[in-house]
Design a protein around this ligand. Structure first.
Ligand code: TPP
Ligand code: MG
Length: 592
């Protein structure tokens, strides 16, 4: 009754911008990340009216704004909205849409559109967003009629969150934002999540009881705390070794004695070997994508090794690897159902311990050359991370230090772009800290990635939050240099960098800067950064020679002669390009 009255009361004439703001609130959106444009002045004005219910986070770059919204989606399982202007704003923001698509993250991106009457004239900043985003968004639409705002916003949220979550792009035609209409807000709906079929669960149990060497590959998005606990209970109860997918590290508590490590870029070759020996693969939430399957080489496509694949979207099941059993289910519901299942008497206890000991061997820190041992630094960081810390990462070889040496624990989160986008980590950390100001937030980023979007640290100052950024400075685009040395040894081309003084950079904003050149300096520097209470940056002066956690540049070059200095390439020889290397630490094809 009350609701009906409230709805009735709402039906007074409102301007499009206000209807949009109210529609966002009605659909449970509580954060908007934006860079303003004159193309959505009316929407901005509408947001002013709902500022008590919806936090508006003003950013410095559209890639930063959309990355922050994406990080919100990763951390909460619900979409945030990003608002960007037409043309250039949409182009800058596009990277976040691609991340959300490949990482299965719910996200809404609103773009101010040009006036209707100029459509199709190649008008100032005009883009047809349906064409532009058709292959990177889950759904692209445009609101042309003010009366349809509540319907389209409600549907956009449903689409972003249903099945395989993803990004929805909504262009807002300019005059529509100013039109008046009398339309009601629409309520949020509750859709019962897809529960797993009990018969499929019995089949899964039967397959498990026949197995001698099972391995779980855990991935996917929108896990709840309850879902994570339940899947943990299931794996522990059955003592199944668990490998996490690419950049899904914190889905499983690394300290448990059935955690076997991560499958992604630069993974442990020992783990990869073991997965190839498995007699049953339980892919829970994982799409068994490119990175996790080492360039689609890890598993057997013909299905001689049975795979059970559980995913909320049937269209993702068996996309490359054909499973013996596919289960369409909400991951959290699936987890609760299998946690309640009678455990199987494991036939594989020894096997699980073998996988675990491989992980432990990986975590032991070798005697790296040089005075800054990043393995030890990561162990020290692990010890100082708050129990509910959020760690964000970028793309780059530096990320291998965290995945190899840190065991994330329950309650902690580790998020990064599974699509390998540089420039994610700092905005993601700023966004995370705005949303969770009481949690410790640490950004891990390379010197290359930092100078892509590191200026978003200004947003942290603007909103009064203090993330801590660890910049791994090796003075190069190290990942590409690694591929270069494998494929074109000794020929360094386009991968070296010249950097600013990072601690002065953060100090110029009023933040706390530290430089760490030796292992022993890290812990006190990190503690000072935490205690400063200000946005902080710690520059780690990395030995550039140690190009991955497993290899040095000298090892990559070993046995390959340096090129003769002045020899001009002959025409015939120039045509013979070497093929890109496929193997290396972690195997797979080159991935940036
Ligand atoms: C937006 C974007 N541009 C380019 C690349 C290709 N790429 C992948 S890793 C990498 C180098 C990263 O350098 P840095 O951030 O310094 O980390 P490092 O590899 O040196 O540890 C590049 C250029 C990418 N993945 N994303
Ligand atoms: Mg670098």
């Amino acid at each position: 009754m009350e609701l009906a009255q409230a709805r009735k009361a709402r039906i007074t004439p409102r301007m499009g911008g206000r209807i949009l703001a109210d529609a966002l609130v009605a659909q449970g959106i509580d954060h908007v990340f934006e860079v303003p444009g004159e193309s959505f002045l009316d929407a901005l004005d509408g947001l002013y009216d709902v500022r008590q219910k919806l936090k508006l986070v003003t950013c410095r770059f559209e890639a930063g704004a959309v990355n922050m919204a994406e990080a919100y989606g990763k951390l909460t399982g619900r979409p945030a909205a990003a608002f960007v202007t037409r043309g250039p704003g949409a182009c800058h923001g596009a990277i976040g849409v691609h991340i959300a698509m490949q990482d299965s993250t719910p996200l809404l991106l609103f773009i101010g559109q040009i006036p209707h009457e100029d459509a199709g004239r190649d008008a100032f900043q005009e883009i047809d967003y349906r064409r532009m985003f058709s292959s990177v968004a889950k759904w692209v639409t445009q609101i042309d009629h003010v009366r349809r705002i509540p319907e389209i916003v409600a549907h956009a949220v449903d689409v972003a969150m249903s099945g395989r979550p993803g990004p929805v792009v909504i262009a807002l035609s300019e005059e529509m934002q100013r039109d008046m209409a009398e339309v009601p807000d629409l309520p949020r709906i509750t859709v019962t999540p897809a529960h797993p079929d009990p018969a499929a669960l019995s089949q899964l149990r039967a397959m498990l009881s026949r197995s001698r060497r099972p391995v779980a590959v855990l991935g996917g998005s929108c896990w709840t705390e309850a879902g994570r606990t339940a899947i943990h209970d299931f794996f522990r109860g059955n003592d199944i070794p668990v490998a996490v997918g690419f950049r899904r590290q914190a889905l499983y508590d690394g300290t448990t004695d059935n955690f076997a490590g991560d499958l992604g870029v630069g993974s442990d070759p020992g783990l990869i070997g073991k997965v190839k020996e498995a007699d049953l693969i339980l892919a829970i939430g994982s799409r068994l994508g490119d990175a996790a399957t080492q360039g689609y080489t890890l598993l057997d496509k013909a299905g001689t090794v049975p795979i059970v694949q559980v995913h909320p979207d049937g269209g993702e099941i068996g996309r490359v690897f054909r499973p013996a059993l596919g289960i369409v289910a909400d991951l959290n519901c699936f987890a609760e159902a299998v946690a309640a299942m009678e455990p199987v008497q494991p036939n594989w206890t020894q096997w699980t311990r073998e996988l675990r000991s491989l992980r432990e061997a990986q975590r032991a820190v070798p005697n790296y050359e040089g005075v800054l041992n990043l393995g030890t630094v990561m162990h020290e960081l692990e010890a100082m991370l708050a129990p509910d810390a959020i760690v964000t990462t970028d793309a780059g070889n530096f990320a291998g230090w965290a995945t190899r040496f840190i065991n994330f624990r329950d309650g902690q989160r580790y998020i990064g772009p599974t699509n390998g986008a540089m420039g994610y980590s700092v905005p993601a950390a700023v966004g995370a800290k705005v949303v969770f100001p009481d949690r410790m937030v640490v950004s891990l980023v390379g010197d290359g990635g930092f100078l892509m979007t590191g200026q978003e640290i200004a947003t942290a100052f603007h909103h009064g939050v203090a993330p801590i950024v660890l910049v791994f400075n090796n003075q190069m685009y190290g990942t590409i240099r690694m591929h270069q040395e494998r494929t074109y040894p000794w020929r360094v081309s386009g991968t070296a960098l010249t950097n600013p003084d990072f601690s002065k950079y953060i100090e110029a904003f009023g933040g706390h800067g530290e430089v760490v050149s030796e292992t022993g300096e890290f812990t006190p520097a990190f503690r000072r950064a935490v205690e400063s209470g200000r946005p902080a940056m710690i520059e780690l002066r990395v030995n550039p020679e140690q190009i991955t956690t497993r290899q040095t540049i000298a090892q990559l070059r070993a046995g390959k002669a340096p090129p003769k200095p002045a020899a001009k390439p002959k025409r015939a020889a120039a045509a013979k390009h070497p093929k890109p290397a496929r193997a290396g630490a972690g195997g797979g094809k080159p991935r940036g």
